[in-house]
Design a protein around this ligand. Structure first.
Ligand code: LRH
Ligand code: MN
Length: 386
């Protein structure tokens, strides 16, 4: 087993980016349950994200979504974030909520609509210049619902053309994260449905185009850690959108539904010594019925615990068993680490770093939740309309 000191050192390098939209109201097509104290502005979302970092020490950045987080002065917003003890992270584009995009955004048969979509993506790069963000995260809801509705090949050509224009606009220190999703809202063919399609477009574009793996965007039973291992080997794994699911894109707390899968994913990261190699470890979740800030804190802890277990894998013993063809032995080495209770080690690390060993409890005891309920009265709550 790896020694605790090395594990702690590696864990201290783990940075998890939280999504601004996780702090706003969310739900399903059936109902959005509004919660008291929910932020009303990007500034208040950032204040909530800062609480997650305050109690975990591992969530120093917050991803924005445009236009959900549009402000007049993004440089000022970056300063606000800094004053709160965090920084602005990935800029997420949104070409999935405009009537013009019914038949697609960058893949739409209508060139006027494609121009409009590309214009938005280029605007997002302008915002990155103002916020100092490195990553432009692109997710396209583009797809079709019926065979024949549009030409699959033409849509790929349109997508490639748009991605090329945006890629060429990126600054030298900026990256593109191309996120894929199997289905929804399209229910027959999605234009970026899987890692292979994203990877192929990234290779066509250039070295600063990388794949974003949203753990909720695969067919049931997909071996996500295989995709991780493959993209790491190819040098094209740019980011994760961590969440968990029992069925589809449920966007539940990372590690809640399948902590073993999260461990297997983080083991491939550790095995590739990629914990602090520039991969963005982001959360992409919605807290439809649970209190939002403590849910995000819990999710950060779940990623920390999966990572700590992965760091405890006895790599030499595993390698030896693998090379000997010792099937049971090799599996046992991995399971030993997974079955190790790492909570005492993490509590020790937090205490050493001046943090409360129980971040969720510490947040609850802080009274922040009650305070914002009292302060945030009136105004339009952020997120999906209740
Ligand atoms: C799409 C997605 C994408 C975001 C959105 C909030 O399902 O995962 O990452 O733009 O959720
Ligand atoms: Mn996502």
């Amino acid at each position: 087993m790896s020694n605790p000191a090395n594990v702690k050192a590696a864990l201290r390098s783990l940075e998890i980016e939280t999504p601004s939209w996780a702090y706003g109201n969310s739900g399903t097509r059936f109902k959005v349950f509004a919660q008291a104290g929910v932020p009303r502005t990007p500034q208040e979302k950032i204040a909530d994200a800062a609480q997650v970092h305050r109690f975990t020490g591992s969530a120093p950045s917050v991803a924005l979504h445009i236009p959900w987080d549009r402000v007049d002065d993004f440089t000022e917003l970056a300063k606000h974030a800094h004053d709160q003890g965090v920084r602005l992270g990935a800029i997420n584009s949104n070409v999935f909520q405009d009537d013009d995009y019914k038949l697609g955004s960058v893949t739409n048969p209508d060139p006027r609509v494609r121009r409009k979509a590309v214009r938005h993506l280029l605007d997002c790069v302008d915002i990155m210049d103002a916020t100092g963000s490195r990553d432009l995260k692109l997710w396209f809801s583009d797809g079709i619902n019926y065979p024949g509705q549009d030409d699959l090949r033409d849509r790929q050509d349109r997508l490639a053309e748009a991605l090329r224009e945006v890629y060429d606009r990126l600054g030298p220190h900026q990256r593109m994260l191309l996120e894929y999703k199997l289905f929804e809202p399209a229910f027959y063919a999605t234009d970026v449905p899987d890692w292979g399609t994203s990877y192929a477009h990234c290779v066509e574009l250039g070295p600063r185009a990388t794949v974003c793996i949203d753990t909720g965007h695969h067919a049931p039973g997909t071996n996500i850690e295989f995709i991780v291992a493959f993209l790491l080997r190819a040098g094209r794994l740019g980011a994760f959108d961590f969440n968990s699911r029992f069925y589809a894109d449920d966007d539940l707390m990372a590690g809640a539904a399948d902590p073993f899968q999260l461990f297997r994913i983080m083991y491939e990261i550790v095995r590739a010594d990629a914990l602090s190699s520039g991969i963005a470890f982001m959360l992409d979740q919605c807290h439809n019925i649970e209190a939002k800030v403590p849910a995000v804190i819990r999710s950060v802890l779940n990623v920390q615990e999966a990572t700590a277990k992965a760091l405890l894998v006895d790599r030499d013993a595993l390698r030896a068993a693998q090379l000997e063809g010792d099937v049971l032995g090799a599996n046992a080495v991995l399971m030993d680490a997974y079955n190790t209770d790492v909570r005492p080690l993490l509590a020790e690390l937090r205490t050493e770093d001046g943090l409360d060993p129980d971040p969720v409890g510490a947040y609850r005891r802080s009274g922040y939740g009650e305070r914002v309920v009292a302060e945030r009265v009136g105004g339009q709550q952020a997120g999906w309309n209740a």
